[in-house]
Design a protein around this ligand. Structure first.
Ligand code: CIZ
Ligand code: SF4
Length: 313
């Protein structure tokens, strides 16, 4: 795309946004061009709060499907669109509602308290007691009833990290983020060796072996504070590569180094990167793809999300 064409596209998107009375929300993992045109860029917790607060008629959600779904659950009366309907998530895929329902039925006598990571479908949220994000998972688990066993779904790595931080034993669903598990002990040790004075910040969706090499493990939003506050100049960032754009804006004086995976110098989520400015333009023009949900399921999914938002204030 030529620069002039890119400028035209941006201008048209902003015009359409006005016309539709839309707000553009973008996740930290989106391509730089989308982050730069958004009204708000953040993690799924921040985006959920923004979705709750907005008085726009249309929410253009640039992220993956479960995030747009969450916005719709909180705002049933608003039109929620996303640039690419195929922007899914391997964590969401790893926990099918039928499987979770069957597991809970088979283990009924255990009376699990189900803590579900926001990276899950509305149908899975509807089966849960409370939702969490990586930014509030510790708090949510600390608040869980002490007299019930916890089932943590679907990210076993985030779950293991939360157990380590809280001391609370849990059972984990067998799911993971396909991308974050591609960071390996060898790939991260390799980049540390190249930058011996660098600090490492890693996402809790990484494996324990990788987290053990990190100076700080936290959600993407908390990475912003970490990068601003650390006295270190060189920072190895072990998460999806879109995050480096956000971090560079927030901490311009730092040298940010993308954590490599076992086969790639930087890690792009194939789902997050489906969204483009062209698709955002088309979504605003046609109000499609639109997120729609069965009202009964939507109501069931809303309760655990609202519990999370209450606990995270
Ligand atoms: O919660 C989110 O937005 C994700 C997927 C990552 C993070 O830690 O911010
Ligand atoms: Fe899902 Fe991982 Fe992509 Fe995030 S980075 S959307 S957890 S597949």
């Amino acid at each position: 795309m030529t620069t002039a064409a890119a400028t035209d596209l941006r201008t048209e998107i902003l015009e359409l946004k006005e016309k539709r009375n839309a707000v553009i929300l973008a996740h930290n993992y989106q391509i730089p061009e989308i982050q730069d045109i958004a009204d708000y860029v953040g993690d799924s917790l921040g985006l959920a709060f923004r979705a709750q607060e907005t008085d726009a008629d249309v929410i253009a959600f640039c992220g993956v499907h479960f995030m747009a779904e969450t916005a719709k659950i909180i705002n049933p009366e608003k039109t929620v669109i996303l640039p690419d309907a195929n922007a899914g998530c391997s964590l969401e895929e790893s926990c099918q509602p039928e499987d979770l329902a069957a597991f809970l039925e088979e283990n009924r006598e255990k009376n699990y308290y189900v803590v579900t990571y926001i990276n899950s479908s509305a149908a899975v949220k509807a089966l849960s007691d409370v939702i969490c994000t990586s930014g509030n998972a510790i708090r949510i688990v600390e608040e869980a009833p002490k007299d019930r066993p916890i089932l943590f779904a679907p990210d076993q790595n985030l779950g293991a990290w939360v157990t380590q931080q809280t001391g609370r034993e849990m059972e984990y669903w067998n799911g993971n983020c396909y991308l974050h598990v591609e960071f390996t002990r060898e790939s991260i040790q390799g980049i540390k060796d190249q930058y011996p004075d660098a600090v490492v910040v890693a996402h809790p969706e990484c494996t324990t072996a990788v987290r053990l090499l990190a100076d700080e493990v936290c959600s993407t939003e908390k990475m912003v504070d970490f990068c601003r506050d650390t006295p270190a100049k060189n920072i190895i960032v072990v998460t999806e590569a879109g995050m480096l754009h956000r971090l560079q804006k927030e901490a311009p004086e730092k040298n940010l180094i993308p954590g490599p995976t076992d086969h790639c110098a930087c890690a792009d989520c194939r789902f997050m990167k489906l969204n483009t400015l062209e698709k955002l333009h088309s979504a605003l023009e046609n109000l499609k793809p639109e997120v729609t949900l069965d009202p009964e399921m939507r109501e069931k999914a809303k309760a655990p999300i609202m519990r999370m938002l209450e606990l995270s204030k």
